[in-house]
Design a protein around this ligand. Structure first.
Ligand SMILES: Nc1ncnc2c1ncn2[C@@H]1O[C@H](COP(=O)(O)OP(=O)(O)OP(=O)(O)O)[C@@H](O)[C@H]1O
Length: 223
């Protein structure tokens, strides 16, 4: 379980995150929404151990981030807004490359299966020839090689077509349910967030998203 207590982040004189407290259980898919600049990526970077909070605490399975960072990193998968792949390599070569960097040993059959489960059936295709949706799927597949318990996804479906978004959505729902993974997901697509997420957190001062979600009969939580 992820437990965040009184988390704040200040850049210079600018307070980005103010006193956030929430928790995420295994198997839960959490949507994180808010206007541009509200602090969604800032929060995900802190949860991914890529940035430190100014104050507050974060624990994963009772292990504090401050003292257990190496153990924590092995339990986290992070997909940033940018595609981080080798464009000149095939899907297979990318998967094998990132498997070598991961903490988990997986054979080629298992790596290929991971791609197939995401409907990414382009094993021998060079990444630069893949569509945007396929690249996003591969980006997510790479983040899952080491079987993280907590998956952090920063707009993983931005700019891709509806079919690929649905396929990614149903894959994420499935791994949350079947493998009890905790997922925190940011998106500006409210239909996607409402369909995919068990709970929705609204971040930032602007009440727009909160009110919008309420108007759809949802019960968002204001952080
Ligand atoms: N390293 C940094 N130094 C100073 N300010 C930063 C830094 N990183 C982010 N910020 C500021 O923090 C604020 C929150 O940015 P963040 O990227 O977390 O927002 P966001 O909610 O993810 O936005 P978007 O929806 O556009 O992706 C912005 O005002 C941004 O300029």
């Amino acid at each position: 379980m992820l437990d965040v207590q009184a988390l704040s982040k200040v850049y210079g004189k600018k307070q980005i995150l103010k006193n956030l407290s929430f928790s995420v259980k295994p198997g839960e898919v959490i949507g994180l929404v808010g206007e541009n600049g509200a602090g969604k990526s800032t929060l995900l970077h802190i949860l991914a151990t890529l940035s430190k909070p100014t104050s507050g605490s974060v624990m994963l399975n009772d292990q504090p981030y401050q003292t257990s960072i190496k153990k924590i990193r092995k339990q986290i998968g992070f997909v940033s807004q940018d595609i981080a792949l080798w464009e000149e390599f095939t899907v297979k070569e990318n998967m094998i490359f990132f498997e070598k960097l991961s903490w988990n040993n997986k054979n080629n059959g298992e790596l290929k299966q991971l791609c197939n489960d995401m409907k990414l059936n382009k094993w021998n295709e060079t990444v630069k020839n893949l569509s945007g949706g396929m690249k996003h799927k591969l980006n997510i597949a790479v983040s899952l090689i080491h079987e993280p318990e907590l998956l952090l996804l920063d707009e993983p479906t931005a700019g891709i077509d509806l079919k690929s978004r649905k396929e990614i959505g149903s894959y994420l729902s499935n791994i949350a349910t079947v493998q009890s993974k905790s997922i925190i997901y940011t998106s500006h697509d409210m239909d996607e967030i409402m369909q995919l997420c068990d709970r929705i957190y609204c971040i930032g001062d602007d009440p727009f998203y909160f009110q919008l979600l309420q108007s759809y009969g949802k019960n968002p939580i204001s952080l």
